[in-house]
Design a protein. Structure first.
Length: 589
């Protein structure tokens, strides 16, 4: 009895309630967790749920990973007045694909409402390692129960997804660059999925030497509904939670999450068009680039009042002010470069919210399209693929099968990355990769002139090789203006670690006679499971003019099909102009 009294006095003198181990029955299973709440918590205070890593438990997470001699999670809670729960996973792991632990989290929230009268609108979820993987899983399962998410050193190993019906989500991801368990290199591809989903600008604002520490803070936002995605990059840190006084993980999580609530009173605003990361490429003579007028559209509402106005900006330049629906503005005569387009909604209480997207206007003379092949398992922005069964659009990632970028590791190897696509069914033009379709997020505008498309391609799993057809097509109706067929002589052999030589560079010259939007289309052979690897694709404008006769040749002796200027296939060639493989040729007969 005496010891109990002394312990109680110590707790009272310290101003803290004890760290409690508790349990709850979920779907017939007894589940346990640790909960900490500061004294004089009050009502309607926030809740943070933080999940341990694989083969760890709540005690380890609370008493080892979150403590050092200078700071502790309990001290953060005591200062900010919120509850933290460290749950225990079954067999020291988490269900990252089903609802077992999702239901556990929901039960914890309900019990904390009853026990500590926490605010349901300010519940935050995070986790370390496998707990971080579970945090990403929860983003798609219970986004309407969690106001903000904070994964640490963990992400979905099979690739991230963001369900279309999920609201924009605030995310703080913390990761060490020397993590040898869950590599730092996988953090950015995962966040890219959510950056796009949230409508955040694709270029981050970077704070180097963050808090006078060897760390960088990357911030994407604001996106739709004003949310941000953040990556706290810890140089040289491994697979553990950072507990340094300058960058204490618990404090960083709280300082981010506290800005978000499910029942915010400020207006909601989202830019619905154009999509963030959209790219408009215009090949034209210097000073004559014709970028399209960009119509910016937004939706806005206010949870506790009315929207008074929506203002549209290109950077700091005001484009339009709308006081009624539809909320839209037009950007005309824009110059090449990156443009941050913003919509600022103001409600009847004077509160504001901002949504922004970033679009890029390019005016190249040479475009290295394959330069975007830098991430295995992804489909880069600008690209759309179809394998006669599944259509994919970039940017997207997390693919371990089907059309995607492959990373090659053999030595020697012809290139480090290549875009793989295939034709499962075997019908003509039913397996392809196209650059410049509207759903890929890139517009390729070509002025009249003479162009060269250079490419290096090979087969992936075709020992007998399969021909590949390269086309230049009008975006509006798919009409081909130039075509070339090439049969590779290199087959990688279905294994990324195989060695292979650099494919010979091919060149396809073609003329554009009409200003417009075009698509580069590459087709696999018309046979079942035919395939192609695109390792290089470079488009160059050689000259700008409506007529570009480059060669005078005797085409009688050449086997390729030729067409007259009315589009008729011809086999007899009177003196005149003909089209072969997209090139104008003068017949001499």
């Amino acid at each position: 009895m005496k010891k109990t009294i002394i312990l109680s006095l110590l707790l009272i003198m310290g101003g803290l309630l004890p760290i409690m181990a508790d349990n709850i029955t979920v779907n017939g299973t007894n589940r346990s967790y640790n909960v900490y709440a500061p004294k004089n918590l009050g009502e309607n205070r926030p809740l943070l749920i933080f999940c341990h890593g694989y083969n760890q438990d709540a005690n380890w997470m609370q008493n080892n990973e979150f403590k050092n001699n200078n700071v502790s999670m309990e001290a953060v809670c005591d200062t900010a007045k919120f509850v933290v729960v460290f749950p225990n996973g079954i067999d020291k792991s988490w269900d990252t694909s089903g609802d077992r632990d999702i239901n556990f989290v929901k039960a914890i929230i309900d019990k904390m409402v009853t026990q500590h009268k926490i605010d349901r609108n300010r519940v935050y979820l995070g986790g370390f390692s496998m707990g971080g993987m579970f945090t990403y899983h929860a983003m798609n399962r219970i986004p309407d129960l969690i106001a903000a998410f904070a994964p640490v050193s963990g992400y979905p190993m099979g690739g991230a997804t963001a369900n279309a019906n999920v609201r924009p989500l605030p995310i703080l991801h913390i990761h060490g660059t020397s993590d040898d368990v869950c590599a730092f290199s996988g953090a950015q591809p995962t966040l890219n999925v959510w950056i796009k989903h949230n409508g955040c600008p694709t270029t981050a604002n970077v704070v180097s030497n963050y808090n006078n520490f060897n760390a960088k803070l990357h911030k994407w936002g604001p996106g739709n509904d004003g949310v941000e995605v953040r990556l706290l990059e810890l140089a040289g840190k491994g697979h553990w939670i950072c507990k340094e006084p300058q960058v204490y993980t618990g404090k960083e999580i709280w300082n981010f999450c506290k800005n978000y609530s499910l029942n915010k009173t400020s207006p909601n605003v989202s830019i619905t068009s154009p999509n963030t990361g959209a790219k408009y490429i215009s090949f034209a003579p210097s000073g004559e680039n014709l970028f399209p007028d960009l119509t910016i559209t937004a939706t806005a509402d206010d949870p506790n009042g009315t929207v008074e106005k929506v203002e549209f900006y290109d950077g700091s330049t005001l484009l339009a002010t709308c006081t009624d629906k539809p909320y839209q503005a037009t950007l005309s005569g824009a110059e090449a470069g990156k443009h941050t387009l913003k919509a600022v909604a103001t409600d009847n209480d004077g509160e504001t919210s901002t949504a922004s997207v970033e679009v890029t206007l390019q005016a190249p003379t040479t475009l290295g399209i394959s330069g975007a092949f830098t991430e295995g398992g992804a489909l880069p922005a600008g690209w759309t693929t179809y394998d006669s069964s599944e259509r994919r659009t970039g940017y997207s990632n997390g693919y371990s099968q089907g059309c995607r970028v492959l990373q090659f590791t053999g030595s020697p190897r012809g290139f480090n990355y290549g875009l793989y696509f295939r034709n499962i069914g075997g019908k003509a033009h039913q397996g392809w990769a196209r650059y410049g379709l509207s759903d890929g997020g890139t517009t390729l505008s070509l002025a009249p002139g003479h162009y060269t498309l250079k490419y290096r391609i090979c087969n992936w799993n075709m020992s007998n090789f399969g021909s590949v057809e390269v086309n230049i097509e009008k975006r509006a109706n798919g009409t081909s203006i130039a075509s070339q067929t090439y049969t590779p002589n290199i087959n990688i052999g279905n294994v990324a670690s195989n060695s292979f030589n650099t494919p010979e560079q091919q060149s396809m010259e073609f003329d554009v006679t009409e200003q417009g939007d075009y698509v580069i289309a590459i087709y696999a052979a018309a046979s079942e499971w035919s395939d192609c690897i695109v390792g290089q694709l470079i488009l160059t404008a050689d000259s700008f003019s409506a007529t570009s006769i480059r060669q005078v040749r005797d085409i009688q002796s050449e086997p390729d099909a030729a067409y007259d200027l009315l589009g008729r296939k011809v086999t007899v060639f009177p003196k005149g102009i003909y089209i072969r493989n997209g090139r104008k040729i003068l017949g001499k007969q």
